[in-house]
Design a protein around this ligand. Structure first.
Ligand code: C5P
Length: 405
């Protein structure tokens, strides 16, 4: 890898979502990637070359006859650590399938030997057309990662699958493929999975609640990675940081632990795997005041708490044969017992099939993009999860799930 950060080629094809590639470019450069932008001629109808040059700090060329002495159409691909094409139009996918080399982007796709990530964006009809379906299948069979698009509003009044995933999400997958090129196999195709994420909020009165600092990032990463490995995913999300909805995932929003419990029991009905990554409050106020609790001159009333149900334990108890249940444990360890040992005890107590143990505290795991820990199996298996992105940890969890399903 390059000393100035990984070398990324950012291909931009000519669709309206090309305007979002500028945001993706900014995210990639800000996180230390050296990015060379390769727009197609039609992409420049949507975004000017000056925008890409200013944001990347590198020249922008389209055709194979630009800067001929340095043999750009061969060199750029050969030297890249990752190629990201966002947006990838139906036409670009078709040209990539055919191995065309009529511009700098397609030429570079032929010479690249690094991971290649396509983020398609097009109208639903184009995405669902047999020609595009076949092209996507063929590209995937060659080891290219072709993301599932998001659903939602397209240009005009149309809605449906075909939206470009959020630039933050594409950037997360770019980092993941640099960390682990084989992180997104399509091994969950035909599977249904449910993931919980974020923290619950336990209401005290109409305006106040007891909450926690969970960002939801790990659960979102689990949902994103599962969807791109082919699963049908429901994400039950409590309160989170400002995170984009994952592409190709059904999101159910909840507030309190009791709401999360109901949503989980409903969502898991036909699930093959369920992952409880949410930070569920252990306690809730015994009563919910009907009106905002007023300040009075007296001492405040103590808040009486009662215990919330343990959703993970309930899901284990209600599990159908063949369904895998995965829990999370954030542990600090104490003077007698380390985090891993606490994790082993928790796995036994909760009865789940897999438990991810995170060592937390001192800025680790909470509200940060990285994570590390151990993956413990009820079969006695223990795998260390090296430090890396939360998407990387998610990919290791889905490896273990896919292996056991
Ligand atoms: O007991 P502890 O809270 O450490 O357990 C963590 C695991 O249990 C996580 O998977 C969390 O989502 C789940 N949990 C739950 N319901 C609770 C508390 C935790 O499902 N009330």
């Amino acid at each position: 890898m390059n000393a100035a950060g990984p070398k990324v080629l950012l291909g931009v094809a000519g669709g309206i979502a090309a305007y979002k590639s500028a945001e993706l470019l900014r995210r990639l450069t800000e996180t230390g990637h050296s990015v060379r932008v390769l727009p197609t001629a039609s992409a420049l109808n949507f975004v000017g070359a000056a925008t890409f040059e200013a944001l990347s700090g590198q020249p922008v060329n389209v055709g194979v006859f630009s800067d001929v002495p340095s043999v750009q159409h061969v060199k750029l691909g050969q030297e890249a650590d990752l190629v990201v094409v966002a947006p990838a139009t139906a036409d670009l996918l078709a040209r990539a399938v055919q191995g065309r080399a009529d511009d700098l982007l397609t030429g570079s796709l032929l010479t690249a030997r690094c991971p290649v990530l396509f983020a398609p964006a097009m109208h639903t009809e184009m995405w669902e057309h047999p020609a595009t379906r076949d092209n996507v299948a063929l590209l995937r069979s060659r080891g290219v990662v072709v993301l599932e698009p998001a659903s939602g509003r397209l240009t005009g009044k149309d809605t449906g699958p075909g939206r470009l995933p959020d630039p933050a999400e594409i950037a997360e997958f770019a980092r993941l493929l640099l960390e682990r090129p084989d992180a997104l196999p399509r091994d969950l195709e035909g599977r249904r999975v449910v993931v919980s994420a974020g923290g619950t909020r336990e209401p005290l009165d109409p305006v106040r609640y007891l909450g926690n600092r969970s960002s939801g990032r790990q659960g979102y990463a689990l949902a994103r990675v599962a969807a791109q490995r082919g699963a049908r995913v429901t994400l039950v999300a409590g309160h989170t940081a400002d995170l984009a909805d994952p592409a190709a995932v059904d999101v159910v929003r909840v507030g309190s632990a009791l709401e999360m419990r109901d949503a989980m029991h409903t969502a898991v009905a036909d699930a093959d795997a369920v992952v409880m990554a949410a930070a569920v409050a252990d306690f809730r106020p015994v009563s919910l005041a009907a009106h905002k609790i007023k300040k009075s001159g007296n001492e405040p009333e103590p808040v009486r708490l009662t215990t919330n149900p343990d959703i993970l334990v309930e899901l284990v108890g209600a599990r159908k044969p063949g369904r895998l249940v995965v829990g999370f444990a954030a542990e600090t360890g104490d003077e007698h017992t380390d985090a891993l040992e606490f994790g082993r005890q928790k796995l036994a107590r909760k009865g789940c099939d897999l438990l991810v143990v995170n060592a937390v505290g001192e800025g680790r795991a909470f509200e940060v993009p990285d994570n590390a820990g151990w993956l413990l199996g009820a079969d006695g298996g223990e795998t260390e999860l090296a430090n890396g992105s939360k998407a990387l940890l998610a990919s290791r969890v889905w490896d273990a799930v896919a292996e056991r399903l």
